[in-house]
Structure formats: C-alpha cells, structure tokens
Write a protein that binds this ligand. Structure first.
Ligand code: PGA
Length: 256
C-alpha cells in the first residue's frame, strides 16, 4: 500500500443472495461504515444486475459505491440477455468488473471483448475494474508473467494515459479464487510489482504510481492485513468473504 494511491475494497457477490439478503447485507455495512470515522478506503459493492438499482438507492447518500459484475461489449440493439453500460449508468452503477476469470472461463470472454467493454464503460464515465490472472497450469509452467502481460497488452494498454488512469486493475490468480488458496505475500507482491513495471514501461512512472492494483483470490479477514501492507497491493476484490457484513467490514478495516 502506498499513501498516494486510492485504497479500494470491493465485494463481488457473484450469483449469490436474494434481494432481501442483499439489502440486509447493505444495511448492515452502511451502519458499520458510519461508525468508522477514520477509514479512507473506497468501498464498492458488485451485486447481480437485477439488484443494482435497489442497492444504489440504499447507498446513495453514503460513501459506498455500487457497480456491475459485467457489461455488454456492444452499446445497444438486438443482443438478447445482455446489459449495456448506458443501462448500468441509468440505474446508478459507477463501476464495472471486466474480464473476471469466471467470465473468461465459462463464457469464453477474450481480451479483445474486454477491450471493447472498457472503451464503452469509459465513454459512460463508469470505472472499469479490469481483472487479470493466470491459471494453475500457467503458473506451474512458469507462464504467469507472459499471461498477465498479454491480458494487459490486449485488454487495456490500447488506452491513452489519461483514460488508463481512470481504471482499476485487479490481479486475481485463478487458482486462488474460491479455493481457499491465497497467493503468498511474496507471490502477490512479485506480480503486483511486475504489473506496475509494465504500466511504467507503457505509460510513465506517475501513471503507474497512481494506479490502484487490487489483489483477489481467497482474500479474507485473516489475511487481508498482511496482503494490504505489501508495497504494491492497494486493496482487494473480495468474493466469498464479502457476503458477510462482519468479515467484509474487517477487511475494510485491514488498512488501518
Ligand atoms: P474469492 O473470489 O474471494 O471467493 O476467492 C474473488 C473473486 O472472484 O473476485
């Protein structure tokens, strides 16, 4: 963590919770966050599409932000079942996850379609959280750095520095997501520093230094403090541990 960068804790609820459960979780978080006077971390909730506007109404006058877990790679038209960035904007989403590994694995999303989505999100003033990460096979065959570089080159490095600086990067090793296997502090720091080096080479040191790079993959209230204290880790994208208010709040507090 570096004080010049935004500290971010984001909860990715995935395809979990009923509307009532989602609203109770949000209400509990709002209460807990109001009691935390000294916390300057930026909190984002990523509920399923259908709850975004309900959650937006709840968090509207608070410091919490709401975003979507995905968006269409087209602006409008005959794309049955898709949700565009303009729709997301109209229901209150201020951020969107792009390229989550579950989207890449189960729905065959490519770096190129992520690049389209990032462009569309930026046109709507929505913050893209671009998710990247290697699989276990890729790490075991020492391909992790090539994979991350390719995901950055093809998915986001087409942007100019000004547009890039509006984005957040989330490094999520696929083998750590939902498995209970967290990257070790050394593995996380090594990859975050590598990502920052690539951003420096592509843009410049200031752009790299200002970019928030989140860690995701079995991050919880037991390991968040150690991960967030690493020099190049600026917060977390949290799945399972974001579904309970107490554990998510403890992760938010791990910055202090
Ligand atoms: P996890 O998920 O915290 O449950 O591992 C993280 C994510 O997929 O964003």
């Amino acid at each position: 963590m570096n004080d010049s960068r935004k500290k971010i804790v984001a909860g990715n609820w995935k395809m979990n919770l009923s509307l009532q459960e989602a609203q109770s979780l949000t209400a509990e978080l709002l209460g807990m966050i109001q009691d935390e006077k000294n916390n300057d971390s930026h909190v984002y909730l990523f509920p399923p599409f259908v709850y975004i506007n309900n959650i937006y109404r709840q968090i509207q006058n608070s410091t919490i932000n709401v975003g979507a877990q995905n968006c269409a790679d087209q602006i409008s038209g005959a794309y049955t079942g898709e949700t565009s960035v303009t729709m997301l904007n109209s229901v209150g989403a201020s951020a969107v996850l792009i390229g989550h590994s579950e989207r890449r694995t189960y729905y065959h999303e490519s770096n190129q379609s992520c690049a389209n989505k990032i462009n569309l999100a930026l046109q709507q003033g929505i913050i893209p959280f671009y998710c990247i990460g290697e699989t276990l096979n890729e790490r075991n065959s020492n391909q992790q750095f090539n994979i991350i570089e390719k995901q950055l080159m093809e998915g986001i490095f087409h942007l100019g520095a000004e547009e890039f600086s509006k984005c957040v990067i989330a490094y999520e090793p696929v083998w750590a997501i939902g498995t209970g296997l967290t990257a070790s502090p050394d593995q996380a720091q090594e990859m975050h520093a590598f990502i920052r080096k690539l951003i420096t080479e592509k843009y410049d040191a200031t752009t790299a230094n200002n970019c928030s790079i989140l860690y995701g993959g079995s991050c919880n209230d037991q390991n968040a403090k150690e991960l967030f204290s690493l020099p190049d880790v600026d917060g977390g994208l949290i799945g399972g541990a974001s579904l309970k208010s107490r554990s998510f709040m403890n992760i938010i507090k791990a910055f202090q």
